[in-house]
Design a protein around this ligand. Structure first.
Ligand code: NAD
Ligand code: USQ
Length: 382
């Protein structure tokens, strides 16, 4: 298949591009490198040293003989996007290319506006591009479990059957997102659903949980192929942050009580889920929604797991309950469905002590790169 991976220089996109290329697909990456520029803005970095995209792709070609094409440009620039679609004629468009940090979107007005303009306009352009140039192309769009929030009833996969005043209907599941970033994903989902309905586009919205780990078989092949891994208070995510904190002697930064429950998956499952979606395209006009996670945990449970493994590895770590910088429920019901990807063949790679240990043993090699001032959260929702 001809597959475009937009956001293919990022944390999820790079390993996905490699994996799809290894499977024999003809992969092209679109990326505007904004994530690397944001590192400069925040005076932050990936804990792992990362090569330029050109170096990464050249090393991949050298090791495997597979070509990955690079289109450096911005999805919000429609002429650029149209040109790429005309040249590549993709059968699948995997869309990771968004501003994905909730804290970044909550810094101030400018960052909220940037996040929503970048994400909503980029996705609208992709929808128009597919309609005008490659109408049969399958859009595989990364959404997020955080679109649903934490309702007091089980979370379904995209739709819920409702009985109201004696009548029944299947309706989009209610959305209660917790940041301007998460809201941008909800706006995207609505735009995609509408485009499927009016133009007959085929789309899969993957409501992904929090991704942990960094390595896949492909990124491990050579240091030039290493994936980025964020640890700072803006882009670092819960489990990865705790593992890195444990290696530098920092207290594990549980926000509030840590009762917040979230859905998680290993980066190794992210790449496989994208392949499954690509191999099983949605029908024309279908807006299909999969919940892309394998397990859920409370934040405190994760901190305790990391504390135990770290201690066995010789790192004595405290769990700190710091004041929660976000506005979110800390004590709530959580149950979410995730059967659709498993029905299509996903065999989850679950979180075990061995998995935490493996990530820890990798990141400990780079702990001298951690800029400690960036570890505590500095952005608040209030
Ligand atoms: P990332 O920031 O590491 O990667 C995103 C990439 O997209 C970056 O390389 C960036 O330069 C590029 N990009 C951003 N805006 C662009 C634009 N307008 N045009 C072209 N390129 C652009 O993020 P990630 O962690 O890889 O996340 C990828 C996607 O997966 C996002 O949509 C995110 O919402 C979703 N997601 C991520 C996680 C997670 O835990 N990382 C969990 C759920 C969903
Ligand atoms: N948290 C802590 N301590 C920390 C970091 C986070 O207690 O040091 C808590 C947060 O308060 C929150 C939970 O852990 O309750 C998750 O926070 P996170 O930063 O790990 O994840 P989140 O902000 O939700 O965003 C991440 C990705 C985003 C993706 C989302 C999936 O950055 O791109 O959409 O995970 S989900 O959470 O399912 O919406």
């Amino acid at each position: 298949m001809n597959i475009i991976v937009a956001g293919g220089d990022g944390f999820c996109g790079w390993p996905t591009a490699l994996y799809l290329s290894k499977q024999g697909h003809n992969v092209s990456i679109i990326d505007n490198m904004v994530r690397r520029k944001i590192d400069q803005e925040l005076h932050s970095n990936s804990i792992t040293p990362i090569a330029t995209l050109e170096e990464r792709v050249a090393k991949w070609k050298e090791l495997t003989g597979h070509d990955i094409k690079i289109y450096e440009g911005d999805l919000t620039h429609y002429d650029f996007l149209k040109q790429v679609l005309k040249e590549e004629e993709p059968e699948a468009f995997v869309h990771f290319a968004e501003q994905r940090s909730a804290p970044y979107s909550m810094i101030d007005r400018e960052h909220a506006v940037y996040t929503q303009e970048n994400n909503v306009t980029g996705t609208l352009n992709v929808l128009y591009g597919i309609k005008e140039i490659v109408p049969d192309c399958h859009l595989i769009k990364l959404g997020t479990m955080g679109e649903y929030g934490t309702p007091n009833i089980p979370i379904e996969e995209g739709y819920i059957e409702i009985e109201h005043k004696g009548r029944k209907d299947t309706l989009p599941y209610p959305k209660q997102p917790g940041s301007f970033y998460h809201l941008s994903k909800v706006h995207d989902s609505h735009n995609i659903m509408f485009a499927c309905k009016i133009w007959g586009i085929r789309a899969t919205d993957l409501n992904q949980g929090i991704v942990y780990g960094l390595d896949t078989d492909e990124t491990k092949m050579d240091p030039v192929l290493y994936n980025r891994l964020d640890y700072d208070g803006v882009y670092g995510t819960a489990l990865n942050r705790f593992i890195i904190q444990s290696t530098i002697g920092h207290d594990l930064t549980v926000y509030g009580t840590g009762g917040q429950t979230r859905a998680f998956l290993n980066i190794k499952d992210t790449v496989r889920c994208i392949e499954i979606a690509a191999e099983n395209p949605a029908d024309r006009g279908e807006f299909r929604v999969f919940n892309q996670f394998t397990e859920y945990f409370s934040v405190l449970e994760l901190a305790e797991k990391v504390q135990k493994v770290a201690s066995n590895e010789g790192f004595n770590t405290n769990i700190a309950h710091i004041e929660n910088p976000r506005v979110e429920a800390e004590d709530h019901f959580y149950h979410a469905e995730n059967t659709k990807l498993k029905d299509l063949g996903l065999e989850p790679y679950l979180l075990s002590e061995d998995v935490i240990r493996e990530i820890l043993r990798t990141v400990v090699n780079y702990k001298s790169r951690v800029i400690e001032d960036n570890v505590l959260p500095q952005v608040t929702w209030r």
